[in-house]
Design a protein around this ligand. Structure first.
Ligand code: XIL
Length: 385
């Protein structure tokens, strides 16, 4: 056993940049000159973005073209959330999600589903009976099963991986008191994975959350996923959202979480990467229900981002990508939450109407200094942890 571990460690240390991922779509242009981030990082991991109708319906042709040039995986920013895809008890609206999936297939991309069970962007009726009374455990489980079977079943074999449960943890690592938890109990998480696995046994299943780089919540995720694995539930990866700030969490904390999750035997995906440079308006969280402002002091760069901050953002992204590259055996995918700064949810959350700069492409879809800083990491000699 020890020898096996030693030889695995040796093999890993000999695995320089050439170690390849099996998950890269076959249609990608192998051997061609690097075109985008997907090519730059082809030997390490998939690179993607969350997209909206603007891109997948090609309403914004230039933005859609950028997605095709740069990315080989996509996530749906909103169209597969319960409130959009299943707005009323007897009504599913698959029209937007169908277009999202078709875009991914046309372009040979690894298509992600987000998200099946979450306490946000879910209609109130989900938790109530026809009289407006709270559902029983059994009735809510039946409703959850119907939703998961219908949505996962529709895209069976086409959506390759699902965020099954999103944001089930508190900051201290305990389970969050959501309606799912209150009505069903803690096993709602295992049930959701079980229903998703039944609906598409080949789909990768993920647990997804934010602030997983901080120790208490990291440890909670380790406990949660370990208990799922112990029950025989096939969790393929932990999705670390990575809604980060300029200096927090530290690169060392990010590294620690990747290692702690990989030690469970699951992959680690960076699923919603962005770096918020604006003044913090609420507690350190990515909880979509938080609101603050507006106030001019909370929107200091409406006229443009100072060069000094542009450079800091580039360095921060570079530091993070060094950690991702060093841990590439553990990572299947890095997904940005949005394409260009103009598309980012951080222009509207938690303060409406701000001008945010969290991504690699500017409002004119040009590459920011952070883009080049990230791409440069792929050319550096591999640092083996
Ligand atoms: C955000 C979307 O980007 C917004 O358009 C929407 O209004 C709210 O949700 N964590 C998640 C994502 O898992 O689904 C959230 O997306 C951002 C935080």
């Amino acid at each position: 056993m020890i020898n096996r571990h030693l030889s695995a460690a040796l093999a890993a240390s000999l695995c320089l940049v050439a170690c390849s991922r099996a998950t890269v779509p076959a249609s990608a242009s192998a051997g061609a000159a690097p075109q985008g981030l997907k090519d730059t990082f082809r030997s390490a991991f998939l690179v993607g973005a969350a997209i909206a109708p603007k891109q997948f319906e090609e309403q914004d042709v230039a933005n859609a073209a950028l997605v095709k040039r740069e990315f080989n995986t996509i996530s749906p920013e909103n169209v597969l959330k319960w409130v959009v895809v299943h707005p009323q008890p007897d009504h599913y609206d698959f029209a937007p999600a169908d277009k999202y999936v078709a875009f991914g297939e046309r372009n040979g991309m690894f298509i992600v589903g987000h998200t099946l069970v979450w306490h946000s962007q879910v209609p109130g009726w989900v938790f109530q009976d026809a009289q407006g009374q709270p559902l029983t455990r059994d009735a809510l489980l039946a409703r959850m099963k119907d939703h998961i079977q219908t949505v996962v079943g529709r895209y069976k074999g086409r959506i390759k991986g699902w965020d099954v449960v999103n944001e089930a943890l508190n900051e201290d690592g305990t389970l969050r008191q959501t309606p799912w938890m209150r009505i069903i109990g803690p096993d709602y998480i295992a049930k959701a994975f079980q229903f998703a696995h039944e609906a598409d046994p080949a789909a990768e299943l993920y647990y997804n959350d934010y602030n997983l780089d901080y120790a208490a919540k990291r440890n909670g995720a380790v406990r949660l996923v370990k208990s799922l694995l112990d029950q025989g539930i096939p969790v393929k990866a932990i999705g670390s959202q990575e809604h980060l700030k300029l200096t927090t969490p530290t690169a060392a904390e990010v590294d620690s979480s990747i290692r702690a999750f990989a030690a469970l035997g699951v992959k680690v995906n960076m699923t919603e990467l962005d770096i918020d440079l604006l003044p913090q308006a609420t507690r350190n969280s990515a909880d979509v229900s938080l609101r603050a402002g507006p106030a001019p002091s909370l929107n200091p760069y409406a006229a443009g981002l100072p060069d000094s901050l542009q450079r800091k953002l580039a360095r921060r992204y570079q530091d993070l990508f060094r950690v991702y590259m060093a841990n590439q055996e553990a990572i299947d995918r890095i997904t940005f939450w949005g394409v260009s700064d103009g598309d980012s949810w951080l222009n509207g959350w938690p303060v409406p109407g701000r001008t945010s700069y969290p991504l690699l492409f500017d409002r004119q879809l040009g590459k920011k200094p952070a883009y080049d800083a990230v791409a440069a990491v792929a050319k550096e000699p591999r640092v083996v942890p």
